[in-house]
Design a protein around this ligand. Sequence first.
Ligand code: DON
Length: 567
Amino acid sequence: MLRFYCISLSLCLFIACKKTSDRPKPINGNRGVIAEHAMVVSARSEASKIGVDILKKGGNAFDAMIATELALAVSYPYAGNLGGGGFMVYRKANGDIGSIDYREKAPLAASKNMYLDEKGNIIPEKSTLGAMAIGVPGTIAGVFEVHDKLGSLPIATILKPVITLAYKGVVVSQKQENRIKHYQSSFRKANKDSIVFDFNWETGDTITYTALAKTLERISKNGRDEFYKGETAKILAKFIQNNGGMISEADLSKYEAKWRDPITFSYDDLKIISMGPPSSGGVCLAQILKMLEPFPLDEYGHNTVKTIQAITEAERRAYADRSFYLGDPDFVEIPIKTLISDSYLSGRMSNFSFEKATLSEDVSHGNIKIIESMETTHYSIVDQFGNAIAATTTLNGAYGSKLYCAELGFFLNNEMDDFSSKPGVPNMFGLIGAEANSIAPEKRMLSSMTPTIVEKNGQLYMTLGTPGGATIITSVLQTILNVHEFDMTMQNAVNAPRFHHQWLPDHILMEPNSFDRSVITQLENLGYKINEGESIILGKVDGILVLEDNSYEGGADYRGDDTAIGF
Ligand code: DON
């Protein structure tokens, strides 16, 4: 193994030497963690460390992805999950690219109007809280599919440290204490019995996850079918149905993760590789960047009036298309080629002028609000062989449906809310949808998750992504622009204040107290509505940048407990 490791490492260094030198210089006071060979950046140090340890054992980025994903399920139950789903984009050291969709699916018994009452109105909380909100989970199918195709270490070796962590427990951080307190009343509402998170946990306490450890042990021993066809499946289906949900053993046994072609496009001298439908991330990112390409943002400057205007107007138009065209490609025709083509996109910006804001009602209509703070989580990995992954995984809302299966030790998602329950009525991210994203049995709900890898001159340059619901796409966008247009380090690009526009509601959401007052006033004078008051955290971006000397810089978002670890 050691010999294999050394050969691979020299091969990787040889390939690395051919990289061009137009990369940011590594000497800079504001850089994040730097590592020579490999790096993992995730929402919790425990998960990043487990990922790095797998790499140090000789595992590759895909082995580390599996370990990190499941370590987040233990250490970050807010969003890390066995009861949810996600997407992963990869670029192998040899340049091969791909992506996997382990997104949840609607259960077989689902129907288009399942969240409407007899008058056709949305039944409050039915798609967000409790068992009816749950989509068929995809995470275990996803990681096993990755393992079959791309993994190198035995699954038991990969899961061992995760199981140990679950038995040993995880220390509560200040941010976690606040989150648990904030959601306790919802836990009580969603669960018949008291759950481990009902307890008055304080910073520094350790929560152990014995039931989860045992579930993971069974999965480690029996493989992916343990979750979808075995004892775990039986317990899970029974638990959901006893709580009034519709997921059955048949739903679980039919679930499959899917390899999908990633969305690829160029922006200046970058090649961007991102997630395609059923995520809207790649298509919207492509649309926005292509609409921005003709504008000299570097000359306008970071977060200046003109830059914010150009980005906002491109975002407005892309999100309008998102709501109409995008959905599960297994169910709807999506004109992806046209949507991201230069000819279509140049026309989209033709009615924009710097003199005055375009009104969203001139693009379409509606009036909605973002109402809840929510969670998902992203991690980025580059291994010592030069393989890179970007993975975003979610329960949808914070702690998902808040329904916790104590016997199995995990929360269940409320991903069904990502469908459009009723055309024109917003979901909890304020996103509206149309027929393309209506509910149907076994359909995947549209996502905004945007795990993304960037190449420069044919070489790996960046891997990044973020949680944040509808704001995911625009946070990934700004982070790429911060590095590429405004010469920021990875860490500074992650730290920089962010803003967001999603067509409807027609306002620019800005991180509070982070933007120049005069910039805000000028934007208001041009007809833009600014919303700092309701501002939720705009993402927690975790990324890795390849530096000029081929070392890696981690950007771990200070907005969470996110941590970069490398060697
Ligand atoms: O797939 C989606 O777009 C959403 N379910 C993501 C949720 C999310 O990012 C919440 N995090 N803040």
